[in-house]
Design a protein around this ligand. Structure first.
Ligand SMILES: Cc1cc2nc3c(=O)[nH]c(=O)nc-3n(C[C@H](O)[C@H](O)[C@H](O)COP(=O)(O)O)c2cc1C
Length: 339
């Protein structure tokens, strides 16, 4: 997710789940080729398995970007056919590519030729464009792209309306139609079909996995990252998970912030912004979050910021599920700690 799932965010998410496949933000193929390969492709070795999502519509550029992605060690290369933003539409890629399945097939073929069997080339798309709700539209899209050798489709189960909605509205207003994704799986049982859109609980993930091959979670994973700590056991049959606590994760992130600052001069706030949901639902969460997002502390070492944040938050595992900051005696106001 653009501006969200950068390498710092993925580092955090990997601490929380060993097995979940993580995706990069969409990276423009042209950016990789002409805007600094390292800047666009650098990631932390700990992130594996990690998929590189590309944006673009030119087979030769996508092929070269995919080849570089594999050279950099990504485990999958994904083509975005679902983003409806104006900028992406002006470039005629993202969701507008759903109107051009033959072009997507050419792109996928070129990418597959470039990477060989090294990694899968996959596609993420919507179930339709604008007001087109006919199943045949998405069926023909998937059929054509599958003929070019794509075996994995991640389907955001709502249309993209290319006119009149912002990207945010395009994630909320067009109705979710999971049944279309189920129908695709029934029609293409040999393909790996994963569903995306509006999924927020283990129960729904299990429900979908009973019919489909995978589930992609976007916003809920970002806003409520602690949810990921149950996934290895719930969905990957791995109950050996490390004994994580919010404190141990925060501590590991501070160590990461210190390494990042030393190696690349990264400010802690560029990393901390992704962990603000870590205590969601626990007492003191709001104040803890306020400290970690207080830019007046930006020159304070992250270990000290952690100490300040903890002064506001009781041990997480002693908490209840109420996000109550009211009436906690002895909690100093943030402004005082930041002065
Ligand atoms: C801030 C933000 C950025 C996003 N950027 C991307 C992106 O780069 N590539 C992509 O395929 N989807 C992107 N999405 C869409 C999500 O991947 C996902 O399809 C959508 O939010 C629906 O899933 P959810 O309900 O689980 O969030 C983005 C979503 C958000 C909120």
């Amino acid at each position: 997710m653009m501006d969200w799932t950068d390498r710092h965010c993925r580092y955090l998410h990997r601490l929380l789940s060993r097995h979940t496949l993580l995706y990069t933000e969409m990276v423009n193929a042209g950016g990789i080729l002409y805007g600094g390969t390292e800047r666009h492709l650098r990631y932390n070795a700990e992130e594996h398995p990690v998929a590189l999502q590309l944006g673009g519509n030119e087979p030769d550029k996508l092929a070269e970007a995919a080849r570089l992605g594999v050279q950099w060690g990504y485990d999958e290369v994904n083509l975005n056919c679902g983003c409806p933003s104006d900028r992406v539409q002006r470039g005629a890629f993202g969701a507008s590519l759903m109107k051009a399945p033959a072009q997507v097939a050419d792109c996928v073929k070129a990418m597959r030729d470039a990477v060989g069997d090294a990694v899968p080339v996959t596609v993420k798309h919507r179930i339709g464009i604008d007001q087109v709700e006919e199943y045949a539209f998405v069926r023909d899209f998937v059929g054509t792209v599958a003929e070019a050798g794509c075996r994995v489709f991640i389907v955001h189960a709502r249309n993209a309306w290319l006119q009149g909605l912002s990207p945010k509205e395009n994630r909320e207003i067009p109705p979710l139609r999971y049944e279309v994704v189920h129908r695709l799986k029934a029609e293409f049982p040999q393909l790996t079909i994963a569903i995306n859109g509006g999924i927020r609980t283990d129960a729904v993930v299990h429900e979908q996995l009973a019919q489909l091959d995978g589930v992609m979670i976007g916003r809920e994973a970002y806003h409520n990252p602690w949810w990921l700590t149950g996934w290895d056991a719930a969905f990957f049959g791995d109950t050996r998970g490390p004994d994580l606590t919010r404190e141990s994760v925060e501590e590991a992130m501070v160590a990461y912030m210190e390494r990042e600052a030393a190696a690349h001069g990264t400010g802690w706030y560029a990393i901390a912004r992704h962990m603000l949901g870590l205590r969601n639902g626990l007492p003191g969460a709001r104040r803890w979050r306020q400290v970690w997002s207080d830019h007046r502390l930006k020159d304070t070492p992250p270990r000290e910021v952690m100490a300040l944040a903890r002064a506001h938050a009781p041990a997480a595992d002693a908490g209840t599920d109420a996000d109550s900051d009211v009436g906690r005696a002895g909690t100093p106001p943030i402004a005082a700690t930041a002065a």
